[in-house]
Design a protein around this ligand. Structure first.
Ligand code: IMP
Ligand code: MG
Length: 190
C-alpha cells in the first residue's frame, strides 16, 4: 500500500522558537492582567500546552471543542460546539488559541459566541494561517506561520486521527484528490 507523501514544513526547533516569540508578545501585551486562554480542541492542544508554559503571567486555561460540518452546498457549512467552556469570561481578557485558521468559519463562530458574553478584550491566536482558503475574514492578533493551501499534519493537527503526536509540522499531498487510503501505520517522520 502506498502512503500519503509527507513534506516537512517546520521542525520542532522552528516551532519552539515561534511559540516563544508569540508567548513573549502576549506576556508583554497582558502585563499586570490575568488573561483567559481558551484552547480550541482538539487540534490546538499541543500548541496550547507549549504556549501557556511560555507565559510569564498568571493565566487561566479553559477548553472548548468545535466541529465544522461541511454541507454539500457552498455556504451550508456550520460550526457546532461539542463541548463548551467551564468558566465565565465576562469582564475578562480572553485569547482564543487555535491550531489553524482555514476557511475562518470556526474562528468566526467562536469570536461571535464569546463576544456575546462581554469579555473585557477578545483576541485570536493561531499557530497557522492558511489565507488562500479563507471564506470569512477573521482578525488574527497573534499568528505563527502562514502556510500554503495544503493539508497540514503534526503538532496536534490530524488526518483521520493520525499524526497529532508528531513533534514537527508536515504537509500532505492533497488527500481530497488522492485515492490512497490513510495508512494504519503512518511512515516515520524523516
Ligand atoms: P476553519 O475552516 O477555519 O473553520 O477550520 C476548521 C478546523 O479544521 C481547524 O480548526 C482545524 O482543526 C481543521 N483544519 C483546517 N485545515 C487543516 C489542516 O490543514 N490540517 C488539519 N486540520 C485542519
Ligand atoms: Mg482547530
Amino acid at each position: 500500500m502506498q502512503e500519503p507523501q509527507l513534506t516537512p514544513l517546520f521542525s520542532p526547533d522552528e516551532i519552539a522558537s515561534k511559540v516563544r516569540e508569540i508567548g513573549a508578545e502576549i506576556a508583554r501585551d497582558f502585563q499586570g492582567q490575568e488573561p483567559v486562554l481558551i484552547c480550541v480542541l482538539q487540534g490546538a492542544f499541543v500548541f496550547f500546552a507549549d504556549l501557556v508554559r511560555e507565559l510569564s503571567l498568571p493565566v487561566h486555561c479553559d477548553f472548548i471543542q468545535a466541529s465544522l460540518y461541511e454541507g454539500g452546498v457552498e455556504g451550508s457549512e456550520r460550526v457546532e460546539i461539542v463541548r463548551d467552556l467551564g468558566s465565565e469570561i465576562g469582564g475578562r481578557p480572553v485569547i482564543i488559541v487555535e491550531d489553524i485558521v482555514d476557511s475562518g468559519r470556526t474562528a468566526r463562530t467562536l469570536l461571535d459566541r464569546f463576544a456575546a458574553r462581554n469579555p473585557k478584550e477578545l483576541h485570536l491566536c493561531s499557530l497557522l494561517d492558511k489565507p488562500l482558503r479563507r471564506k470569512i475574514e477573521v482578525p488574527i492578533r497573534y499568528r505563527g506561520f502562514v502556510v500554503p493551501d495544503r493539508f497540514i499534519v503534526g503538532y496536534g493537527l490530524d488526518l483521520g486521527g493520525y499524526y497529532r503526536n508528531r513533534p514537527g509540522l508536515w504537509s500532505l499531498d492533497d488527500p481530497t484528490t488522492s485515492d490512497r487510503p490513510v495508512p494504519a501505520h503512518p511512515p516515520p517522520p524523516r
